[in-house]
Design a protein around this ligand. Sequence first.
Ligand code: ZN
Length: 383
Amino acid sequence: MSSSGENESMLDNNALVAAATPVFFALIALELWVARRRRVPAYALADSLASIGCGVWTVTVEVFTKAAAVLLFAFIEQRYALLHFDAGNWLTWVMFFVLLDFLYYWAHRWSHEINFLWGVHSPHHQSEEYNLSTALRQGAFQDTVHMPIFLPLALLGCPVEVFITVLTFSKFYQFWIHTRMIAKVPLIEGILNTPSAHRAHHAVNDIYLDRNYGATLMIWDRLFGTWVDETEPCVYGVRKPFHSWNPVWAQFSWFADVWRDAGRARRPVDRLAIWWRRTGWRPADVVQSDPQAPFVLADVKHFSATRGRKWAVAAVALFVLAAILNNILLTQVSTLSLTLKIALAAGVTLTLVAMAAALQPRAKQGKQAQPVPAAISTSRRET
Ligand SMILES: [Zn+2]
């Protein structure tokens, strides 16, 4: 049996994330440099602050949620596992990496197809840019909500440290594919996930919608009929434009929309069903009382409005403050009292909201000029 200290260290991936963070930022700097040399406007400051802000808020929230989710996995594995595998054998790691990748495909696919699950995944897709900072734009509640989908691995006997590590490496793999600077990669297109395959996944063009869900392996998309090759220029973002720089609101905005529609539905069954229906589905009476214009790619307006340079400097300062508070929380997590943890998390949250306020243009500067949003992700199979 492991000591409790060893148990604690194997129950989180903070050391892996801490080691990878400087690499992420070095690669972002490299992408920025390559983009400048090619004279491609790959980054927008407000967008990157909002995206990385989503990542900061996600790890803040996970201080409170991840331990419980992982403990549940460990409990099921120890009590109910049908088989047992040795974490010291490399075959265990390879097998569970592939099995996790398979379950990730379905978790990801259902997150696009089901209204409720789209709420936890849509933050990752709201950016209208596509660069390495988009990779850090995470849904704060996604891993927690996805946990039941991964529990079959616990039943199969996946050691919890193997699960956490392969999940973390799956996320790390998905970092480098968020770039426009790499065209197609010879030999691996259609086998492994690539920038080209994932660009199509992030695009709102009709031909790309609900495609390329793979995390590392793309064979699942080939097997289950969701693979598409990148052939036309991608337009990035979501079909119901988010148009906010707020990384905290990003995590709730879809739920707020569905909640509002559910509240206006006349039939009680619709009020419940809307959460589990296909993403973008709305009750017939709500569609009638509040129609939304159909999505037209040519009408998409790129959102880039901010409050200007002076406010951008304030936003950068607030972002740095949020990152510092977040760093204190993560590095001191085992010694801080719950009250102090909550206070620090509240500090991160308020600072990120203030950062967004410093970036967001006044209503008359931009927001009112946006086109009427359409429902997100009406499947190609339905249209
Ligand atoms: Zn996705």
